[in-house]
Design a protein around this ligand. Structure first.
Ligand SMILES: Nc1ncnc2c1ncn2[C@@H]1O[C@H](COP(=O)(O)OP(=O)(O)OP(=O)(O)O)[C@@H](O)[C@H]1O
Length: 389
């Protein structure tokens, strides 16, 4: 007998009927966007959604759209910054979503924009644009699309509503001051979910997707304890995606063992298979050689059994990994850039060595505090293989 009775309930694109603990954020979104969605053209609504991974930003905005899509003449355009990063890719995706015939390349930025504006005006189109994980898009490209909504003379009406989604305020701070001014004050915050909040989310998901009697409240509580935040400042917790993922994996492990109920041991096993502080999507979004460098750091840490490795040690392993994959190693300065990016994303920690630490001279020490190395290694290998296929 299956425990997972509805796979769709666990898919990333699933939008549940209810969104526990996001009433306030949904209310604010309504306030800002409902007027335009029902009768677009009179003003340019824009909003920024900020919160750590898995705090419900995407699902809340999708929910809002679900509530209006039947009665809005606007079209929903969803741009995921992990997938669409450069200008041409983004504008082509916008054109595709609006069913506008568009040359894929060969035009300058201004020409592409002029063409989009012309189509919006001529076809009397309205676009509700969502830039999710927008920190992957360079600030100047993002600015271009933020400013698009202001081109009311050329557009003939306020044809755009905009939501920009990111993990922190850096997203806005990186914009030039005048564009930041346009996005300015309309920020909706998504705090990490507490243990009790995760429990409510899991209970709904389990009711929808798992066989009756296959889970107990204790099991859901156990997962909530592992993943839920103690406080809104808890930096690595409060991710509902992770909690749902552990529930799904636990159900599968139980099912594979021929049982009809999830046991605590299944949860323990499942939580060893997942990453806690780093989301897999963030890893997928890294440039290939940044992934290879990260894999090198993980392998070196594993081989040396030390809490820290030097940059030089990691670089040696990186070169071997490149050879393994038939890739030309990047130069030292590029690897530095990657190292800093990994640090900025919170995947690794670095510091300068101190005297008497067994390393000669000044060097950078690298560590990974939050993730089980075996899991990180296997996830990275899987992603790298996919990319090189
Ligand atoms: N309040 C909630 N109720 C039910 N499910 C939720 C809730 N919040 C988040 N989820 C679920 O958790 C998962 C992650 O949510 P979502 O993708 O919206 O997070 P996010 O904040 O956009 O994350 P990221 O920054 O990584 O893109 C999804 O499966 C979503 O359905």
């Amino acid at each position: 007998m299956a425990i997972v009775v509805d796979e769709a309930v666990f898919s990333p694109s699933y939008v549940p009927d209810k969104l526990p603990h996001r009433d306030e954020q949904l209310r604010q979104l309504h306030l800002l966007l409902s007027g335009w969605l029902q009768s677009p053209g009179q003003h340019y609504p824009r909003v920024t959604l900020v919160g750590r991974p898995g705090t419900g930003k995407t699902v809340t905005i999708r929910k809002l759209w679900e509530m209006y899509k039947e009665r809005s003449k606007a079209k929903f355009i969803y741009i995921n910054g992990f997938i669409f990063r450069n200008f041409t890719a983004i504008i082509n995706e916008i054109a595709r979503s609006l069913s506008i015939p568009f040359p894929r390349r060969g035009l300058s930025r201004d020409e592409f924009l002029a063409l989009l504006i012309e189509h919006l005006r001529e076809r009397d189109l309205y676009a509700f644009m969502v830039f999710d994980d927008a920190f992957n898009v360079s600030p100047d490209i993002l600015s271009t699309f933020i400013r698009l909504g202001q081109e009311v003379d050329k557009l003939g009406a306020f044809r755009v509503a905009l939501a920009v989604v990111g993990h922190s305020d850096t997203l806005l701070n990186n914009l030039d001051p005048s564009t930041r001014g346009i996005m300015g004050k309309y920020v909706i915050r998504f705090n990490p979910y507490t243990k009790d909040q995760i429990f409510d989310i899991l209970l709904d998901r389990a009711r929808m997707g798992l066989a009756e009697g296959s889970y107990s409240e204790e099991i859901l509580q156990m997962i909530s304890d592992i993943t839920g935040a103690q406080s809104p400042l808890d930096a690595h917790k409060g991710d509902a995606r992770l909690a749902i993922d552990i529930l799904y994996r636990s159900a599968y492990i139980a099912q594979q063992s021929g049982r009809r109920q999830i046991m605590p041991e299944d949860v323990r096993k499942a939580s060893k298979e997942v990453l806690f502080g780093v989301s897999e999507e963030v890893l997928i979004g890294l440039p290939l050689h940044e992934k290879l460098l990260l894999l090198a750091i993980v392998r070196t840490l594993k081989t040396l059994h030390t809490p820290y490795v030097t940059f030089g040690e990691a670089e040696e392993t990186y070169k071997m990994i490149c050879e393994e994959h038939g890739e030309k190693p990047r130069v030292h300065s590029q690897l530095w850039t990657y190292l800093n990016d990994l640090k900025e994303k919170g995947i690794i920690e670095t510091r300068q060595n101190r005297k008497g630490e067994g390393v000669r001279g000044r060097t950078t020490l690298i560590s990974i505090g939050t993730e089980p190395l075996d899991t990180l290694e296997s996830v990275l290998i899987k992603i790298i293989r996919e990319e090189l296929k």
